[in-house]
Design a binder for this molecule. Sequence first.
Ligand code: ADP
Ligand code: MG
Length: 326
Amino acid sequence: VREFDLIRRLQERFPAPPAPPGSDCVLGIGDDAAVFEVPPGQQLVACTDTLAEGVHFPVGTDAAAIGHKALAVNLSDLAAMGATPAWFLLALTLPSAADAWIEAFADGMATLAAAAPIRLAGGDVASGPLNVCVTALGLVASGAALTRSGARVGDLVVVSGRPGAAAHALQTVLGGGEPTPDDRAALDYPRPRLALGLALRGVASACIDVSDGLLADLGHILEASGVGAEVDAAGLPVPTSLAEWPEARRLPLQLAGGDDYELCFTLPARLEPELPGLAARGGVELSVIGRIVDRPGLTTRCADGSLYEPPRGGYEHFGAGPGARP
Ligand code: ADP
Ligand code: MG
């Protein structure tokens, strides 16, 4: 397909869902840029995330999964800020414009866009090595965005879901094996915790989404908040496929694996009774895994009480460490 056919095709695949109350996409696809109306008393929350083939997903990943994940990782960032998704832009670089691939890609992305809901408002197409860059825009009441900097001594450290399944799937794929369906879904179809992010507004003291590994991302909260934490790995729920694994092999995947797209947040201890209600509103399991302390740094204990020694930090682009992916 030609460039303009491709844009038209994408436009057709993404019917505009209703915008958040009072907001509007005044001008969408078709002009030089999109124009948005932000309701009074609200702030625009913007994030962008790129997926490059061979870096963020293995070569040969399903087109539908790529479409889903490119949007999901951005929605996960909006969730971590407590923002309501509103609009997104899609910059797509493709080696070829193969019909079947584009259809599947658009399907995967449009299904998630309709569920969020979020509206495609513009973008760009180019030819080149496969690369998908999404820019997502959300809305939050002025001053109400969740940030990384609000954790206080005594707060509980809470994580959603069961980190580790996506990392296990990736390890299995790279080793030439076939992941379990649950692990495969965790890697290819992460579910952004949008409902949880909204429920955490005015409740959580700090929040981050877990993309680079639980401890590495918690570390960003600690740094931004100027505090430390003690994590007790015994509190971390285990994905089914890792249930029989010895802790020493399982914890590196759960604590440093990455690609989880769960939320890690801190909660004033007096609000602990709210956790079941938050889990219900967020539609996801919540587990207390530690506490914020005065002393800077992060100590993690295994179930047997011994200190956990991280084999490596989270994934870092341009980092030369053993964490670098092939
Ligand atoms: P320009 O040349 O002015 O940058 P383009 O020809 O790139 O404009 O795009 C024309 C219109 O199509 C713009 O409104 C742009 O936002 C939209 N568009 C281009 N690529 C995409 C895409 N991948 N998804 C959605 N909209 C797109
Ligand atoms: Mg132009």
